[in-house]
Design a protein around this ligand. Structure first.
Ligand SMILES: Cc1cc2nc3c(=O)[nH]c(=O)nc-3n(C[C@H](O)[C@H](O)[C@H](O)COP(=O)(O)OP(=O)(O)OC[C@H]3O[C@@H](n4cnc5c(N)ncnc54)[C@H](O)[C@@H]3O)c2cc1C
Length: 444
């Protein structure tokens, strides 16, 4: 086959995609701008660099990341194979020697006769062959500008902080209640978690004194006044949070017949309402500190966090508006005219995390290959981890924000009654079976 494709970005998603496309016979031009042009976070010019932690997280299949990794292994992910080769002992997590990991990926790329690696920046989506964009959360300014101009008023987000997300099952409803502020709307969409005066005072004190993650140099000037971290608000004064994200007004009266003293509101994060976002609680506190402080809230005493808050520059497109279920830029949109068929993968799609970047790289490449070779895409079923993650990325969402894969995204059987620990195993088995059946009817 002589079909040529272009992959922009030699990070986790781009390398997985390039290797998948090459293994299906495509001639791949892989563009990585480093070391000629560096990002603010990468260290050197090596491919598939892990910018921060060196862990792909847990391995057991009853952990969300373990299950996702198992699925990727079944699907023949090249980068997971490299991660296993470069693994260092770390209990139940897949943690790697990052240099060995990069080396292993680079070897695979170098050994693939039909991949040509160009250490060049790509500045535009224009081109002469189908393209997969995997330029990451730190995509170069020129490319970011080009994408933004094409997408028109729907800006790429320059994102400062994100709030934690809680698994609904772990909320203590003896200390929480459903209600919208001023009872607006037909259904009660918010879960409210009240704090009494003493707990609030201690909560604010801890937030004020808590240790945050030191901002990287490029983040220092990027704090947006309209979206300040919660600890920053707490430092502005004892009452600030009670007049901001913890405002009790419009939420009824407490047991003593007076207004609640302070209330944290949680808003559903997904359609199934298995996950709730802590509204206004974007934070850059260290993860251990977040858990310690947020579990002071009575309703969150046993909270399981599907995502903790964090802060870094993070460029992503509004995938629900622009991408179809196979991560392709919808061909009929005006922004898709005048450029070759284009797919997106990695963090730029609004997926979050190393394993997710690999997963979206695999998925976009699979569908790109299927579309070019057979004239139609071939999505994974909703019941698989990757299918569920893709649903989250492209389903309608006015407040679209990045997210890791987690159990809350998998389709839940309605009315299923079983212990929480059994439920995860059940969901994991269902997802595994679903992918097994899908693979059985395809040629790998
Ligand atoms: C500072 C920071 C820390 C993070 N820490 C973690 C963590 O600890 N754990 C975790 O799971 N996730 C973390 N993430 C989130 C995410 O998982 C990683 O960013 C992950 O590397 C994303 O994979 P990717 O392939 O989308 O992007 P990347 O791995 O960043 O790859 C994108 C590649 O594209 C290249 N590129 C950019 N623009 C161009 C261009 N115009 N032309 C050619 N090449 C270009 C870049 O140099 C880069 O190599 C972090 C993100 C950031 C920004």
């Amino acid at each position: 086959m002589n079909e040529r494709v272009r992959v922009i970005g030699g990070g986790l998603a781009g390398c997985e995609a390039a290797l998948q496309l090459a293994s299906r016979g495509f001639r791949v031009d892989l563009y990585e701008m480093r070391p000629n042009k560096m990002t603010p976070a990468h260290r050197d010019g090596h491919l598939a660099q892990l910018v921060c932690s060196n862990s792909f997280k847990a391995m057991g299949k009853t952990s969300a990341h373990g299950l996702l990794k198992q699925e990727l292994t079944m699907l023949g992910s090249f980068l997971l194979e490299s991660a296993r080769e470069a693994a260092v002992p770390a209990g139940d997590s897949l943690t790697v020697n990052r240099d060995l990991f990069s080396e292993s990926v680079e070897r695979k790329i170098a050994d693939a006769p039909n991949i040509t690696l160009h250490h060049e920046e790509v500045t535009s989506l224009e081109g002469d062959c189908p393209t997969l964009v995997a330029a990451g959360p730190l995509a170069s300014d020129a490319l970011t500008d080009d994408i933004f101009k094409r997408l028109g008023s729907e800006r790429l987000h320059f994102f400062d902080a994100i709030a934690p997300v809680v698994e609904t099952d772990s909320i203590d409803f003896d200390h929480a209640f459903y209600m919208n502020r001023w009872e607006k709307g037909e259904t009660a969409d918010f879960i409210n978690c009240p704090l009494d005066k003493e707990t609030y005072a201690e909560f604010v004190r801890k937030l004020t004194e808590a240790e945050g993650v030191e901002p990287r140099p490029y983040e220092k000037h990027e704090l947006f006044e309209g979206c300040l971290p919660v600890e920053e608000l707490a430092r502005r004064g004892y009452e600030t949070l009670r007049h901001g994200p913890m405002r009790p007004i419009g939420l009824g009266l407490g047991n003593n017949g007076h207004l609640w003293y302070a209330v944290i509101q949680l808003r559903a994060e997904n359609k199934q309402k298995t996950l709730y976002n802590m509204v206004g609680f974007q934070t850059r506190l260290k993860w251990g500190t977040q858990k310690e402080i947020f579990t002071m809230v009575p309703a969150l005493r046993n909270a399981k966090f599907a995502r903790l808050g964090c802060m870094h520059r993070n460029t992503f497109i509004e995938s629900p508006k622009f991408l179809d279920a196979t991560l392709r830029l919808r061909p009929k949109l005006p922004c898709a005219q005048g450029i070759p068929p284009t797919w997106f993968a990695g963090q730029i799609t609004g997926s979050e995390g190393y394993t997710e970047a690999v997963a979206t790289g695999w998925y976009a490449a699979w569908n790109m290959a299927s579309t070019i070779l057979h004239g139609h895409a071939d999505p994974l079923p909703d019941g698989s981890c990757i299918g569920a993650l893709m649903n989250r990325l492209v389903e309608e969402n006015e407040d679209f924000q990045p997210m890791n894969f987690n159990f809350g995204l998998l389709p839940h059987t309605e009315g299923l009654k079983m212990k929480k620990s059994n439920k995860k195993e059940f969901l994991a088995n269902e997802a595994e079976q679903c992918v097994r059946e899908w693979i059985a009817t395809r040629k790998f």
